[in-house]
Design a protein around this ligand. Structure first.
Ligand code: SR1
Ligand code: MG
Length: 395
């Protein structure tokens, strides 16, 4: 089979095999098995292997529309380039925490990368009760390096502005601006929630005090180009095992606020805590590990820098860490609300089978999300967050 490299066409299992043979990932005469395994909202994902060999590859290809909605929602193919370039960028600082990228092609909107099928998606594993002792530390390490080294703290002003241009990602940002920061707070068509939640949701829509805080957080997202962020760091964007963590899927990457990824990660751990009350201590342990590792690695990087005189100014590091934490809590609150009543949900809540329990858990998720947004300045640390979670979590 010939393969056309100069025209975009969605791959099939057959054409994906042909592509990888043309690129010498497999020999022409090898018997290759290929399965489309994509279960996300936007892309095709093919897993390819040969029997009796360790050769296994993943081909991820962007579709020109959002798979979760259908062809009526067109979406730029440029996101595939953003994703592969973000993975390469992250690999410069934390190569052990991202999949290796072996090939990318902008025209075909695809990336070939290391197969990670020996790991599980963290969301799925956490729902089953798998244990990930390194998860918090690994995410904290990843965030500290990426945020410090791609920001004005780690780059010259010119380099940073060039990177911000390289990672300009307006269409994917628009999805977040709408689905995370706008639609769930108004009566919008994209929202999706059980009728039993209507009364609570309508109350939320009427609350100007809350909407004012969301407007401030949205403005941060729109204007604060602190560093290269992942942009969609939920537990479905992480492969993990007891020993390894790999961050995948940075197609939403762009220059955004320091606290955004941390907030999304925390929110998704809180969803799992709501789903599995007996695992609450373990999940708050992950949040603790994430924050402690993040702040200590970020602090070390900060203290190593002897060129920027402002980094020696008393109080500046504390101010920066405090702002990251506060903003993260606000972003976590928006994520909790949008994943409960917006377009894109989480399995942690949606697969609670017993309907009364599911609705009550979602009500609590909304209460916690709302209070995180409103009280983000008062919640000073992980212990305060845990106490606050317990106070808001009354069945
Ligand atoms: C139309 S995309 C819906 C959601 O899926 C992605 O993973 C992002 O979280 C986005 O908001
Ligand atoms: Mg994704």
């Amino acid at each position: 089979m010939t393969f056309q490299f100069d025209v975009y066409k969605p791959l099939t299992e057959e054409s994906a095999i042909s592509l990888l043979k043309k690129l010498h990932f497999f020999a022409e005469d090898e018997h290759v098995t290929c399965r489309e395994i994509g279960d996300g909202n936007l892309n095709l994902v093919f897993q390819m292997s040969t029997q009796g060999s360790t050769k296994k590859w993943i081909v991820k290809q962007a579709l020109p529309y959002a798979k979760v909605v259908g062809e009526s929602w067109p979406l730029t193919l440029k996101r595939a380039k953003i994703e592969s370039e973000a993975l390469l960028q992250f690999a410069k600082f934390t190569p052990h925490l991202v999949p290796e990228v072996l090939y990318s092609n902008e025209t075909l909107a695809l990336t070939i990368m290391e197969d990670l099928s020996h790991l599980s998606i963290a969301r799925t594993g956490l729902i089953k009760g798998d244990s990930y002792p390194n998860l918090g530390k690994d995410i904290g390490t990843f965030l500290a390096h990426i945020l410090f080294k791609t920001s004005d703290l780690g780059l010259s002003p010119t380099e940073k502005k060039e990177k911000a241009q390289q990672f300009s990602n307006p269409e994917l940002c628009k999805i977040t601006e709408d689905l995370v920061f706008t639609d769930p707070f108004f009566d919008h068509d994209t929202n999706d929630f059980e009728p039993e939640l209507s009364e609570k949701v309508e109350q939320l829509w009427k609350e100007d005090e809350l909407k004012l805080e969301v407007a401030k957080l949205k403005r941060l997202f729109l204007t604060n180009g602190d560093a290269l962020i992942h942009g969609d760091l939920h537990t479905g964007s992480i492969f993990a095992s007891e020993h390894e963590t790999k961050i995948i899927d940075p197609e939403f990457a762009f220059y955004g606020p320091f606290g955004f990824d941390l907030g999304h990660f925390i929110a998704n751990l809180l969803f799992n805590a709501l789903r599995r009350p007996p695992a609450q201590t373990e999940l708050f342990g992950f949040i603790h590990d994430t924050w402690e590792t993040f702040s200590s690695v970020f602090t070390s990087l900060w203290k190593e820098d002897k060129n920027n005189p402002f980094l020696q100014v008393n109080g500046y590091l504390d101010y920066t860490l405090r702002t990251v934490w506060q903003d993260a809590l606000g972003f976590a609150g928006c994520e909790m609300i949008r994943r409960t009543i917006g377009l894109a949900h989480v399995a942690d809540l949606d697969t609670i089978e017993e309907s009364e329990l599911r609705i009550r858990t979602k009500e609590i998720a909304l209460d916690i999300g709302r209070s995180l947004i409103l009280n983000r300045v008062e919640i000073k640390n992980v212990q305060d967050l845990h106490e606050f979670y317990i106070e808001n979590n009354e069945f």
